[in-house]
Design a protein around this ligand. Structure first.
Ligand SMILES: Cc1cc2nc3c(=O)[nH]c(=O)nc-3n(C[C@H](O)[C@H](O)[C@H](O)COP(=O)(O)OP(=O)(O)OC[C@H]3O[C@@H](n4cnc5c(N)ncnc54)[C@H](O)[C@@H]3O)c2cc1C
Length: 405
């Protein structure tokens, strides 16, 4: 392909992977990566696990291989604030503009936050000392939370998705006096993965002393007279005391800056793309900010697969085929590796094929009403999961709607 410029917006997993694969596929033109954060590309999964626990430092999060030099123009610490998709021109927060032959949008998703219920008014107005609730989206977020999780704290985690459950497990391991997870579902992960998986995950946490308050939501965080958060108010009117509150209530695609770009955004705010990540001529999107054929991406493995395809497609359009691997996600909680692969639409039957629900080692296989295996979930069943994934490829593009994973 002739010399050209490719601009990648977002220096996370997708941004880095696109740059790496472009070079690996022989692209010799200019690559500019625009990143809102000042950091070189780093990996997010450890933020709620090993990094939060203090087992991994900033350097251990790096996505770049030691000594790797991709010949990239890194423009870090200056977010993209606007895009004209018709001319492929980006506006950056530092006031500069950047036009490219190809633009790849890789801005990920930003964690949702919880509202304050009451803010104390001081002589200088509203003076919160600490965030109402911690989130875990960036290195700084995780470092702040790690400082707050000193032994003896009472912790409330709003939300029982993977990030919330990982934070709860880490807080318990760090010696919190109490850890309570507030879960909108009747039991953690139940609507996404079914009753059996939910019971297994709940048992794992309860064995470690984590408590669940289910069937309700956190509607806000209360601060005391000095402005420090001291508890949460639930949607059913109850209150829970907490010295540390963490919001694990999902994330929204970081696409607010694309409102006037001319690109179509889905109802969730993701960039609407075809099955190869194309959003408009010369503009592609991948990872957590994108929705390929109405399938949202919220997990590491799918984000990386999409990034690889996007890069190959720019170098040799149409040559690479979309992955046929089932959607896959992993999580680490209380030292147990939880893995899920496949696609659930509701109504499947889950069968325990190995291990037990109460013993932290269950292997579940989900079958649809025709008896076809459509998904599997394992807790510390890495070999069985690997085998299931190898023997169960599934089309990337589902005939229907979104994945439950
Ligand atoms: C705490 C945490 C734990 C996780 N654990 C797991 C796990 O165990 N398993 C799993 O499968 N997945 C996990 N995930 C999800 C996984 O990390 C994501 O799916 C993956 O990082 C998505 O990659 P991405 O490149 O799309 O987004 P990101 O990695 O989030 O990168 C996006 C980058 O774009 C930047 N950006 C945003 N807006 C702009 C802008 N306007 N201009 C420039 N740059 C911008 C952001 O600062 C960020 O650096 C976890 C996520 C989090 C937050």
């Amino acid at each position: 392909m002739p010399a050209s410029r490719i601009a990648i917006v977002g220096a996370g997993l997708v941004g880095y992977t696109v740059a790496r694969v472009l070079r690996a596929e022989g692209y010799a033109g200019e690559i500019v990566v625009v990143g809102a954060e000042r950091h070189r590309p780093y990996d997010r999964p450890p933020l709620s696990k090993a990094y939060l626990h203090g087992e991994v430092d900033d350097g251990g999060l790096s996505l770049e291989a030691p000594g790797e030099h991709l010949d990239v123009d890194w423009r870090l610490g200056s977010a993209a604030v606007g895009l004209d998709a018709s001319t492929r021109t980006l506006a950056l927060a530092d006031g500069s503009a950047l036009t490219a032959d190809h633009i790849v949008l890789a801005t990920g998703a930003a964690p949702r936050r919880l509202p304050d219920v009451a803010m104390p008014v001081t002589g200088r107005g509203i003076a919160p000392l600490r965030p109402a609730a911690y989130v875990v989206g960036t290195i700084e977020d995780a470092a702040d939370l790690r400082r707050a999780l000193v032994p003896g704290t009472s912790v409330v985690v709003a939300g029982a998705g993977f990030v919330g459950l990982e934070v709860a497990a880490t807080a318990a391991a760090l010696g919190a006096a109490s850890v309570t997870v507030v879960c909108a579902d009747e039991s953690p992960l139940r609507s996404a993965y079914g009753a059996e998986a939910s019971a297994a995950v709940r048992a794992l946490h309860e064995r470690a002393g984590v408590r669940f308050v289910t069937g309700t939501r956190v509607s806000g965080v209360r601060r005391d007279g000095s402005g420090e958060p001291h508890g949460v108010v639930l949607a059913d009117g109850r209150e829970l005391e907490a010295s540390v509150v963490v919001a694990g209530v999902g994330a929204v695609p970081a696409t607010g800056w694309l409102a006037d770009s001319g690109l179509r955004l889905t109802a969730r705010g993701a960039v609407a793309c075809d099955e190869r990540g194309v959003a408009a001529p010369g503009v592609r999107a991948a990872g957590d900010c994108a929705s390929w054929r109405d399938e949202p991406c919220a997990h590491w493995t799918r984000a990386r697969e999409q990034a690889e395809l996007v890069a190959r497609d720019i170098v040799a359009p149409g040559a690479a085929a979309p992955s046929d691997a089932p959607a896959y996600v992993w999580s680490d909680q209380h030292g147990v590796r939880l893995q899920f692969a496949g696609r659930l639409r509701g109504g499947e039957t889950a069968t325990v094929e190995a291990g037990g629900i109460d013993t932290g080692d269950v292997f579940l296989v989900y079958r649809d009403d025709t008896g076809t295996e459509v998904a599997a979930l394992g807790m510390d069943q890495v070999r069985l999961m690997m085998r299931w994934r190898k023997t169960h490829p599934a089309p990337l593009r589902p005939p229907g709607d979104a994945v439950a994973a």
